[in-house]
Design a protein around this ligand. Structure first.
Ligand SMILES: [Zn+2]
Length: 237
């Protein structure tokens, strides 16, 4: 019988100092560990809701999604010599603006956004995709195209994590592949369907710091602008 990875959860609570007169919530960090059949750690996900105890349950759900999806995204975005992340941290912050941000393996999530969008675990998967992307910083001769970085993250989210959600509406007369996020994601899904492995190749080049737009031609036989025109035409039909 095949035994799947197992998950252990440890809730750590630090006691309050006796000198404190006003009650403050205990600091809590949830630690979720996925191990393989040999007992080796596949990934450890830390969920820090110490600032936002009201989001502890939401954070647990998000953390569990990350334990499942870190290995999946690592497979979807595999490349030669790539080591999947062994650790991911989700930290909820009250003073964070916007939705969320990722730096290295740390995802910072805006508490106010979560409180208003309690069903949006998908945005955590978008951020987790950035952790797995692990692209190097821009350097001379290599600029990371932001539209593609965000497009790949939304492609993972929308076409793998949320395959049954309504597809993004893209206006073929106004949109561009450079619109980023869901528009680029829709283009990538169309491209991947016709050229299986295209997203992996684009991701590998970004990770190796050697991405050039003519890679689209190598993957799909036409320049990027022509591929976009074909995609836009497919939407008009
Ligand atoms: Zn992003």
């Amino acid at each position: 019988m095949k035994i799947g990875p197992w998950l252990s959860a440890v809730l750590m609570a630090w006691p309050l100092s006796a000198a404190e007169t006003t009650p403050t919530p205990p600091k809590t960090v949830l630690c979720l560990t996925v191990r393989n059949q040999r007992g080796e750690t596949v990934v450890k996900v830390n969920v820090d809701t110490s600032e936002t105890p009201d989001l502890a349950d939401w954070g647990k759900r998000a953390g569990e999604a990350c334990t499942k999806w870190t290995p999946k995204i690592s497979t979807l975005l595999a490349s030669d010599g790539f080591t999947p992340p062994r650790s991911v941290t989700l930290r909820f912050q009250n003073d964070k603006k916007g939705v969320a941000g990722t730096s290295g393996d740390k995802i910072t999530i805006a508490a106010a956004y979560v409180r208003g969008h309690t069903n949006n675990i998908g945005m955590v998967i978008h951020e987790l995709s950035h952790v797995v992307q692990a692209y190097p910083a821009a350097k001379e001769g290599f600029a990371k195209p932001g539209w593609l970085v965000e497009g790949i993250a939304d492609y993972i989210r929308l076409y793998h994590f949320e395959p049954d959600a309504p597809r993004p509406r893209v206006n073929p007369d106004k949109a561009s592949y450079r619109d980023s996020y869901k528009t680029t994601a829709a283009f990538l899904a169309w491209l991947e369907q016709r050229n299986p492995g295209a997203v992996k190749k684009l991701n590998a080049a970004l990770r190796q710091g050697c991405f050039k737009e003519n890679l689209f031609q190598d993957c799909a036989g036409k320049p990027l602008d022509d591929l976009w025109c074909d995609f836009a035409d497919s939407l008009r039909k």
